[in-house]
Design a protein around this ligand. Structure first.
Ligand SMILES: Nc1ncnc2c1ncn2[C@@H]1O[C@H](COP(=O)(O)OP(=O)(O)OP(=O)(O)O)[C@@H](O)[C@H]1O
Ligand SMILES: [Mg+2]
Length: 277
C-alpha cells in the first residue's frame, strides 16, 4: 500500500512547459520550449553559455514573465499567478545557487532555522527539523559555527539543508558544484542523489560533462533557447550540443520525438497524468 502510494507520487506530472517563449527585446531567452518533468525525477539542464538555462529557471520561479506559453506546476499555471501568490510559489521550491547565498551573521543552525521561520513554522518543528536536516547533509556537530568557519563543500551542504528543510516539491540547483573542487563536487552529487531518493524532484543546471555522464540521469540540453536533446540516462557532449550550424541532427529529432514513448516504457509504471491534454 505504502509502496503503491510512493509509485503514484513518483509519476505525477510536476512541471510542464507548454510552448514557452521568453524574449529579452530581440534576444531569445527560451523559445517554444515544451517539456514535462515528473515528481521524483533527477534532471540535468545543460547547454552552452547563453543557451537559456537560467531563463528556464527564472520563468519557472516567476522571476520573469513569459511572452508566450504556459508553465504548469503541481496544480496551477505559473504564468497566471497573481503577485501576492508569487512568494508562496517560490517557497514551494528549494533553490541552491553557485554562490550559496548563506547569511554570514547567522550560525549554521540559524541559517536553516531562518528558512522555517519565514514560513512561520512553530518553534517546536524548527527544533526537531533543523538537526535532522543538518544530520542528513553531514553537518551534525557544526550547529554553532558561522558560514565562514566552514569549508566550501560544507557551505554548499548548508545551502542544500536550507533549501530542503521545508520539504519542497522541487530542488532547483544552478551550478551547485561550480565553485567546488572535483572531490567536493562529487560529495555534493552523492548528497543530491540521496535527497532525490527520498522523493524530491531535482532540476540541476551544470556545465560539467563528467558529472552528467557519471550520474546517468535525464539530460535536457538546450541551445539558443530551444531544447535540442532530451534523454534518459543521457550523456553530455558539449561539442555536439554546440553544433554551430544551428540545425538539429536526425538523431536529435529522433530523440525528441521518441522521448515521450521511451520514457513511458522505461520509467512510468501506470501512473496517470494529473492533467489531461
Ligand atoms: N537581462 C537580459 N537582457 C537581455 N538579454 C538577456 C538577459 N538575460 C539573458 N539574456 C540573454 O538570453 C539568452 C539566455 O541567457 P541565460 O542567462 O538564460 O543563459 P544560460 O544558459 O543561463 O547561460 P550561462 O551558462 O552563461 O549562465 C542569452 O543570449 C543572454 O544573452
Ligand atoms: Mg545561467
Amino acid at each position: 500500500m505504502a509502496e503503491e502510494t510512493t509509485e503514484k507520487k513518483k509519476n505525477r506530472l510536476i512541471i510542464e512547459f507548454k510552448n514557452v517563449t521568453k524574449m529579452y527585446g530581440d534576444n531569445v531567452g527560451v523559445e517554444d520550449v515544451s517539456v514535462k518533468i515528473r515528481e521524483g525525477e533527477f534532471v540535468f539542464l545543460v547547454g552552452p553559455s547563453g543557451a537559456g538555462k537560467s531563463t528556464f529557471i527564472k520563468v519557472l520561479l516567476k522571476m520573469l514573465d513569459v511572452d508566450k506559453g504556459h508553465i504548469y506546476y503541481v496544480d496551477y499555471d505559473v504564468t497566471q499567478l497573481q503577485n501576492y501568490e508569487i512568494p508562496h510559489h517560490r517557497r514551494s521550491m528549494g533553490i541552491v545557487f553557485q554562490d550559496f547565498s548563506l547569511l554570514p551573521k547567522k550560525t549554521v543552525f540559524e541559517n536553516v532555522a531562518f528558512a522555517m521561520e519565514i514560513v512561520q513554522m512553530p518553534r517546536k518543528a524548527i527544533r526537531r527539523q533543523v538537526p535532522a536536516m543538518l544530520d542528513l547533509v553531514g553537518l551534525k556537530g557544526q550547529e554553532t559555527k558561522y558560514p565562514n568557519e566552514l569549508s566550501i563543500g560544507e557551505q554548499q551542504r548548508l545551502a542544500i539543508a536550507r533549501a530542503i528543510v521545508n520539504n519542497p516539491h522541487v530542488l532547483i540547483a544552478d551550478e551547485p558544484t561550480g565553485n567546488l573542487d572535483p572531490e567536493t563536487g562529487w560529495e555534493i552529487m552523492r548528497l543530491l542523489e540521496q535527497i532525490n531518493r527520498r522523493g524530491t524532484t531535482i532540476l540541476m543546471v551544470t556545465h560539467s560533462p563528467d558529472i552528467v555522464n557519471a550520474m546517468e540521469k535525464r539530460v535536457i540540453a538546450i541551445r539558443d533557447g530551444r531544447i535540442v536533446r532530451d534523454e534518459l540516462g543521457g550523456q553530455y557532449h558539449p561539442e555536439e550540443d554546440d553544433d554551430p550550424d544551428g540545425d538539429y541532427s536526425d538523431h536529435e529529432l529522433f530523440n525528441l520525438k521518441n522521448f515521450e514513448k521511451a520514457y513511458r516504457e522505461r520509467k512510468i509504471k501506470g501512473g496517470a497524468d494529473s492533467r489531461k491534454e
